[in-house]
Design a protein around this ligand. Sequence first.
Ligand SMILES: Nc1ncnc2c1ncn2[C@@H]1O[C@H](COP(=O)(O)OP(=O)(O)OP(=O)(O)O)[C@@H](O)[C@H]1O
Length: 314
Amino acid sequence: MIKIQHISKRYRTVDALSDVNLEVPRGTIFGLIGPNGAGKTTLLRILAALITPSSGEVWFEQEEVTQAPSIIQRKVGYMPDFFGVYPDLTAAEYLEFYAGIHGIPRPKRQRIINDLLELVELTGKRDTLVETLSRGMKQRLCLARALVHDPEVLLLDEPASGLDPRARVELRELLRTLQGMGKTVIISSHILLELAEMCTDVAIMQKGHLVLSGDVEKVSHHLGDGRQLEIRILEQERLDDAMHLLKDIAGISNVTHGEGNLIQAEFTGSDQELHTILSRLIAENIPVVSFAPRSGGGRLEEVFMSITEGSSPS
Ligand SMILES: Nc1ncnc2c1ncn2[C@@H]1O[C@H](COP(=O)(O)OP(=O)(O)OP(=O)(O)O)[C@@H](O)[C@H]1O
């Protein structure tokens, strides 16, 4: 678990972070979302010990680390939001260079490099000049670079920006693999939907403040207390019956007819009550095809827009 307590950072006249408190559970894929200038990069750079906060504490498990950069550097891998300039190095040489920087003994390096190239699916590119790799490949190589010393925590600044949809799917799969390896991953983005599909937890930031954080479901449900319910039924003729029935149930509001035979409604209540609603529909012989609280980015997007009013998410 990483605990960020009362972290503030002031650059001359700019308050980049103001009293940020955040807990990142171990093993999560944690998204930092916020418009440009929200303070995401500043927070990641503090967590990577690249800059020190003006005040506050960062705890990695039982250790306070703001004054102990060597602990952070051992535990954390950081991927910045820019690729930088590559000297004339092949992918393997590039990783070898960073393995050297991390003091990994020479005899161990080749195996680590082979494993990392395999992990990020660049084995076939090991002797290719980095400069000639595609953007997605460079991105994955940078990720491999951040993993060279086998850190517990990975910090990825805007990893999805500029990636095409396929590269984004590959990145998401890679992040899941890393999570499966027990790593905690913190990623930032100013484009909410990029993260909604990748993260288990999110924190929304604006103008140096943390506005809201928690697991994706919890944050998605933040708007009102309710969740959005989507019910699809088989036969158009039963649509009105189903809508009437739903409108009479306590806890259900805003029942509307969506595309095709879809009914959408707001729902406040427990999973037990949700189960009761489904049972009532079935008891009335309404041919339910699917019954689901709406999840994913759409809802999160609404939350984001409502609490970062006036700021565009992209
Ligand atoms: N080195 C610096 N000197 C002065 N001000 C800075 C510096 N770095 C960042 N800032 C300011 O701090 C605030 C937060 O910037 P930061 O880069 O952390 O935000 P961000 O959420 O990562 O934004 P972006 O998505 O644009 O990268 C901004 O107002 C920015 O101009």
